[in-house]
Design a protein around this ligand. Structure first.
Ligand code: SAM
Length: 280
Protein backbone atom coordinates (compact mmCIF):
# COMPACT_ATOMS: atom_id res chain seq x y z
CA UNK A 1 0.00 0.00 0.00
CA UNK A 2 1.20 3.61 -0.38
CA UNK A 3 0.58 6.27 2.30
CA UNK A 4 0.99 9.04 -0.22
CA UNK A 5 2.07 9.28 -3.82
CA UNK A 6 5.81 9.56 -3.00
CA UNK A 7 6.10 6.61 -0.58
CA UNK A 8 5.47 2.88 -0.81
CA UNK A 9 4.69 1.59 2.70
CA UNK A 10 4.34 -2.01 3.90
CA UNK A 11 2.55 -2.16 7.25
CA UNK A 12 3.05 -5.06 9.67
CA UNK A 13 -0.25 -4.87 11.62
CA UNK A 14 0.56 -7.63 14.12
CA UNK A 15 3.68 -5.76 15.22
CA UNK A 16 2.47 -2.18 14.89
CA UNK A 17 5.37 -1.49 12.57
CA UNK A 18 5.93 -0.46 8.94
CA UNK A 19 8.62 -0.07 6.29
CA UNK A 20 8.63 2.68 3.65
CA UNK A 21 10.59 3.38 0.48
CA UNK A 22 10.45 6.68 -1.34
CA UNK A 23 9.26 5.98 -4.90
CA UNK A 24 9.81 7.93 -8.11
CA UNK A 25 7.23 6.14 -10.25
CA UNK A 26 5.27 2.95 -10.78
CA UNK A 27 6.67 0.83 -13.63
CA UNK A 28 4.35 -2.21 -13.68
CA UNK A 29 0.95 -3.20 -12.27
CA UNK A 30 -0.60 -6.58 -13.14
CA UNK A 31 -3.33 -8.62 -11.47
CA UNK A 32 -2.61 -12.26 -12.40
CA UNK A 33 -4.98 -15.16 -11.60
CA UNK A 34 -2.93 -15.60 -8.41
CA UNK A 35 -1.47 -12.30 -7.19
CA UNK A 36 -1.21 -8.55 -7.64
CA UNK A 37 2.28 -7.70 -8.94
CA UNK A 38 3.62 -4.15 -8.82
CA UNK A 39 7.04 -2.76 -9.70
CA UNK A 40 8.27 0.69 -8.63
CA UNK A 41 11.35 2.77 -9.26
CA UNK A 42 12.54 3.97 -5.85
CA UNK A 43 14.85 6.78 -4.74
CA UNK A 44 17.28 4.71 -2.71
CA UNK A 45 16.70 1.00 -3.34
CA UNK A 46 16.63 0.80 -7.13
CA UNK A 47 13.73 -1.22 -8.53
CA UNK A 48 11.18 -2.69 -6.10
CA UNK A 49 8.76 -5.56 -6.78
CA UNK A 50 5.81 -6.18 -4.50
CA UNK A 51 3.30 -9.05 -4.53
CA UNK A 52 -0.09 -8.38 -2.90
CA UNK A 53 1.40 -5.24 -1.35
CA UNK A 54 4.39 -7.02 0.26
CA UNK A 55 8.06 -6.41 -0.61
CA UNK A 56 9.51 -9.26 -2.70
CA UNK A 57 12.79 -7.94 -4.10
CA UNK A 58 14.70 -4.67 -4.38
CA UNK A 59 17.81 -4.06 -6.45
CA UNK A 60 19.66 -2.87 -3.37
CA UNK A 61 19.36 -5.79 -0.93
CA UNK A 62 18.11 -8.88 -2.76
CA UNK A 63 21.67 -10.27 -3.00
CA UNK A 64 21.70 -11.12 0.71
CA UNK A 65 18.49 -13.16 0.53
CA UNK A 66 19.24 -14.92 -2.76
CA UNK A 67 22.79 -15.87 -1.69
CA UNK A 68 21.62 -17.12 1.73
CA UNK A 69 18.78 -19.15 0.20
CA UNK A 70 21.22 -21.04 -2.05
CA UNK A 71 24.92 -21.21 -1.04
CA UNK A 72 24.54 -22.55 2.55
CA UNK A 73 22.38 -25.51 1.44
CA UNK A 74 24.53 -26.20 -1.62
CA UNK A 75 27.75 -26.22 0.42
CA UNK A 76 26.08 -28.38 3.06
CA UNK A 77 25.19 -31.11 0.57
CA UNK A 78 28.04 -33.52 -0.25
CA UNK A 79 27.72 -33.19 -4.03
CA UNK A 80 24.50 -31.47 -5.23
CA UNK A 81 23.49 -32.20 -8.84
CA UNK A 82 19.68 -31.95 -9.14
CA UNK A 83 18.06 -28.90 -7.55
CA UNK A 84 14.38 -27.95 -7.38
CA UNK A 85 13.33 -24.38 -6.58
CA UNK A 86 9.71 -23.90 -5.50
CA UNK A 87 8.65 -20.29 -6.00
CA UNK A 88 11.61 -18.03 -6.71
CA UNK A 89 9.77 -16.44 -9.66
CA UNK A 90 12.11 -13.42 -9.69
CA UNK A 91 14.89 -15.93 -10.64
CA UNK A 92 17.51 -14.52 -8.24
CA UNK A 93 17.84 -17.80 -6.37
CA UNK A 94 18.13 -19.73 -9.67
CA UNK A 95 21.01 -17.49 -10.71
CA UNK A 96 22.91 -18.27 -7.48
CA UNK A 97 22.24 -22.04 -7.74
CA UNK A 98 23.64 -22.12 -11.27
CA UNK A 99 26.97 -20.64 -10.06
CA UNK A 100 27.76 -24.11 -8.64
CA UNK A 101 29.52 -26.03 -11.45
CA UNK A 102 28.48 -29.43 -10.01
CA UNK A 103 24.76 -28.65 -10.45
CA UNK A 104 23.58 -30.41 -13.63
CA UNK A 105 19.88 -29.48 -13.48
CA UNK A 106 17.95 -26.67 -11.75
CA UNK A 107 14.16 -26.85 -12.11
CA UNK A 108 12.17 -23.83 -10.97
CA UNK A 109 8.42 -24.16 -10.35
CA UNK A 110 6.56 -20.93 -9.61
CA UNK A 111 2.78 -20.83 -9.59
CA UNK A 112 2.66 -17.38 -11.16
CA UNK A 113 4.25 -16.78 -14.58
CA UNK A 114 3.49 -13.08 -14.10
CA UNK A 115 6.31 -12.79 -11.54
CA UNK A 116 8.94 -14.07 -13.96
CA UNK A 117 7.61 -11.91 -16.80
CA UNK A 118 7.82 -8.85 -14.50
CA UNK A 119 11.40 -9.84 -13.53
CA UNK A 120 12.36 -10.22 -17.22
CA UNK A 121 11.17 -6.65 -17.82
CA UNK A 122 12.47 -4.92 -14.70
CA UNK A 123 15.20 -7.06 -13.06
CA UNK A 124 17.55 -8.00 -15.93
CA UNK A 125 20.36 -8.99 -13.53
CA UNK A 126 18.19 -11.56 -11.74
CA UNK A 127 17.11 -13.34 -14.94
CA UNK A 128 20.51 -13.35 -16.65
CA UNK A 129 21.10 -17.07 -16.00
CA UNK A 130 17.69 -18.20 -17.27
CA UNK A 131 19.22 -19.20 -20.62
CA UNK A 132 21.70 -21.58 -18.90
CA UNK A 133 21.07 -25.04 -20.49
CA UNK A 134 20.77 -26.51 -16.96
CA UNK A 135 17.86 -24.21 -16.08
CA UNK A 136 14.24 -25.40 -16.55
CA UNK A 137 11.40 -23.00 -15.72
CA UNK A 138 7.88 -24.32 -15.07
CA UNK A 139 4.74 -22.48 -13.97
CA UNK A 140 2.73 -24.72 -11.67
CA UNK A 141 1.72 -25.23 -8.05
CA UNK A 142 4.81 -26.36 -6.16
CA UNK A 143 2.67 -28.39 -3.75
CA UNK A 144 1.35 -30.52 -6.63
CA UNK A 145 4.75 -30.65 -8.35
CA UNK A 146 6.48 -32.18 -5.34
CA UNK A 147 3.57 -34.51 -4.54
CA UNK A 148 3.80 -35.87 -8.11
CA UNK A 149 7.63 -36.07 -8.17
CA UNK A 150 9.19 -39.54 -8.40
CA UNK A 151 10.91 -40.61 -5.15
CA UNK A 152 14.57 -39.64 -4.99
CA UNK A 153 14.38 -37.07 -7.81
CA UNK A 154 16.37 -34.29 -6.17
CA UNK A 155 19.43 -33.61 -4.03
CA UNK A 156 18.14 -30.22 -2.87
CA UNK A 157 14.75 -28.51 -2.70
CA UNK A 158 14.75 -24.74 -2.14
CA UNK A 159 11.41 -23.22 -1.14
CA UNK A 160 11.66 -19.54 -2.01
CA UNK A 161 8.01 -18.76 -1.40
CA UNK A 162 5.87 -15.86 -0.31
CA UNK A 163 4.59 -15.76 3.28
CA UNK A 164 2.40 -18.65 4.53
CA UNK A 165 -0.84 -17.10 3.25
CA UNK A 166 -2.69 -17.55 -0.02
CA UNK A 167 -1.09 -19.88 -2.58
CA UNK A 168 2.01 -20.37 -0.36
CA UNK A 169 0.15 -21.47 2.77
CA UNK A 170 0.38 -25.18 1.92
CA UNK A 171 4.17 -24.86 1.49
CA UNK A 172 4.53 -24.71 5.27
CA UNK A 173 2.56 -27.90 6.01
CA UNK A 174 3.66 -31.34 7.22
CA UNK A 175 2.05 -32.91 4.14
CA UNK A 176 4.24 -30.78 1.86
CA UNK A 177 7.39 -31.59 3.85
CA UNK A 178 6.45 -35.29 3.65
CA UNK A 179 6.28 -34.99 -0.17
CA UNK A 180 9.65 -33.20 -0.16
CA UNK A 181 11.16 -35.94 2.01
CA UNK A 182 10.04 -38.57 -0.49
CA UNK A 183 11.21 -36.53 -3.52
CA UNK A 184 14.71 -36.12 -2.02
CA UNK A 185 17.52 -38.67 -2.34
CA UNK A 186 19.24 -39.90 0.82
CA UNK A 187 21.63 -37.19 2.00
CA UNK A 188 19.27 -34.64 0.44
CA UNK A 189 18.27 -31.31 1.96
CA UNK A 190 15.40 -28.84 1.91
CA UNK A 191 15.82 -25.15 2.71
CA UNK A 192 12.83 -22.86 3.13
CA UNK A 193 12.57 -19.14 3.77
CA UNK A 194 11.28 -19.06 7.34
CA UNK A 195 10.38 -15.41 7.97
CA UNK A 196 11.62 -13.08 10.72
CA UNK A 197 13.24 -14.43 13.93
CA UNK A 198 11.90 -11.36 15.75
CA UNK A 199 8.34 -11.22 14.37
CA UNK A 200 7.59 -14.84 13.41
CA UNK A 201 9.07 -17.18 16.01
CA UNK A 202 5.90 -19.32 15.97
CA UNK A 203 6.21 -19.90 12.21
CA UNK A 204 9.83 -20.98 12.68
CA UNK A 205 8.99 -23.32 15.58
CA UNK A 206 6.04 -24.81 13.70
CA UNK A 207 8.25 -25.35 10.65
CA UNK A 208 10.86 -27.28 12.66
CA UNK A 209 8.16 -29.53 14.16
CA UNK A 210 6.40 -30.10 10.82
CA UNK A 211 9.71 -30.96 9.11
CA UNK A 212 10.61 -33.48 11.84
CA UNK A 213 7.12 -35.02 11.86
CA UNK A 214 7.50 -35.35 8.08
CA UNK A 215 10.58 -37.55 8.63
CA UNK A 216 13.55 -35.17 8.41
CA UNK A 217 16.29 -36.17 10.85
CA UNK A 218 17.49 -32.75 11.85
CA UNK A 219 16.66 -29.11 11.23
CA UNK A 220 18.66 -25.89 11.46
CA UNK A 221 17.67 -22.23 11.13
CA UNK A 222 20.12 -19.75 9.60
CA UNK A 223 19.65 -16.06 10.28
CA UNK A 224 20.80 -13.01 8.32
CA UNK A 225 19.97 -9.34 7.76
CA UNK A 226 17.40 -8.40 5.09
CA UNK A 227 16.63 -4.70 5.27
CA UNK A 228 13.48 -4.65 3.13
CA UNK A 229 11.73 -7.58 4.85
CA UNK A 230 9.69 -7.27 8.08
CA UNK A 231 11.97 -6.41 11.05
CA UNK A 232 15.06 -6.27 8.76
CA UNK A 233 16.12 -9.70 10.10
CA UNK A 234 15.32 -12.88 8.18
CA UNK A 235 15.85 -16.63 8.33
CA UNK A 236 16.02 -19.80 6.28
CA UNK A 237 15.43 -23.24 7.79
CA UNK A 238 17.28 -26.34 6.53
CA UNK A 239 16.34 -29.98 7.08
CA UNK A 240 18.38 -33.05 6.20
CA UNK A 241 17.29 -36.51 5.01
CA UNK A 242 19.71 -38.97 6.58
CA UNK A 243 22.19 -36.19 7.30
CA UNK A 244 22.51 -33.27 9.72
CA UNK A 245 22.84 -29.78 8.14
CA UNK A 246 24.95 -28.66 11.13
CA UNK A 247 28.23 -29.09 9.26
CA UNK A 248 29.18 -27.96 5.77
CA UNK A 249 32.00 -28.21 3.22
CA UNK A 250 33.95 -25.31 4.74
CA UNK A 251 37.02 -25.77 2.52
CA UNK A 252 34.91 -25.78 -0.66
CA UNK A 253 32.98 -22.73 0.58
CA UNK A 254 36.25 -20.93 1.37
CA UNK A 255 37.55 -21.75 -2.12
CA UNK A 256 34.26 -21.02 -3.93
CA UNK A 257 34.95 -20.57 -7.67
CA UNK A 258 32.42 -17.74 -8.07
CA UNK A 259 31.76 -14.21 -6.83
CA UNK A 260 29.30 -13.35 -4.10
CA UNK A 261 28.53 -10.08 -2.31
CA UNK A 262 27.43 -11.49 1.04
CA UNK A 263 28.03 -15.25 1.39
CA UNK A 264 31.37 -16.73 2.43
CA UNK A 265 32.42 -19.56 4.76
CA UNK A 266 32.61 -17.29 7.82
CA UNK A 267 29.18 -15.79 7.12
CA UNK A 268 27.80 -19.33 6.70
CA UNK A 269 29.19 -20.32 10.08
CA UNK A 270 27.96 -17.07 11.67
CA UNK A 271 24.44 -17.55 10.25
CA UNK A 272 24.24 -20.86 12.16
CA UNK A 273 24.76 -19.05 15.49
CA UNK A 274 21.40 -18.42 17.14
CA UNK A 275 20.48 -15.92 19.87
CA UNK A 276 19.37 -17.28 23.24
CA UNK A 277 15.65 -16.71 22.65
CA UNK A 278 15.83 -18.83 19.49
CA UNK A 279 17.83 -21.62 21.10
CA UNK A 280 15.07 -21.96 23.66
N1 SAM B 1 11.82 -13.37 -1.41
C1 SAM B 1 10.38 -13.37 -1.25
C2 SAM B 1 9.98 -13.57 0.20
O1 SAM B 1 10.82 -14.06 0.98
O2 SAM B 1 8.83 -13.24 0.53
C3 SAM B 1 9.80 -14.47 -2.10
C4 SAM B 1 10.28 -14.33 -3.51
S1 SAM B 1 9.39 -15.11 -4.76
C5 SAM B 1 8.78 -13.72 -5.60
C6 SAM B 1 7.99 -15.83 -3.99
C7 SAM B 1 7.25 -16.67 -5.03
O3 SAM B 1 6.49 -17.72 -4.43
C8 SAM B 1 6.24 -15.85 -5.85
O4 SAM B 1 6.76 -15.67 -7.15
C9 SAM B 1 4.96 -16.71 -5.84
O5 SAM B 1 4.33 -16.75 -7.10
C10 SAM B 1 5.53 -18.07 -5.44
N2 SAM B 1 4.54 -19.01 -4.90
C11 SAM B 1 3.61 -18.80 -3.94
N3 SAM B 1 2.90 -19.93 -3.72
C12 SAM B 1 3.39 -20.89 -4.56
C13 SAM B 1 3.08 -22.26 -4.81
N4 SAM B 1 2.10 -22.90 -4.15
N5 SAM B 1 3.81 -22.93 -5.74
C14 SAM B 1 4.80 -22.29 -6.42
N6 SAM B 1 5.15 -20.99 -6.23
C15 SAM B 1 4.44 -20.30 -5.31
Amino acid sequence: MTLDKNWYTEIYPADGAAFSLKVKKKLHDVQTPYQHIEVYETEGFGTLMTIDGLVMVTDRDNFIYHEMMSHPVLFTHANPKNVLIIGGGDCGTLREVLKHPGVVQAQQVDIDEGVTRAAELHFPDLVDSNSDPRAELYFDDGIKWVADAAPGSYDIIIVDSTDPVGPAEGLFSEAFFRSCHRALRDGGLIVQQSESPLFHQKIINDMHSAMRRAGFDSTLTLNFPQCSYPSGWWSATLAGKGMAPTSFREQDAARKPFKTLYYNAAIHRAAMALPEFMLR
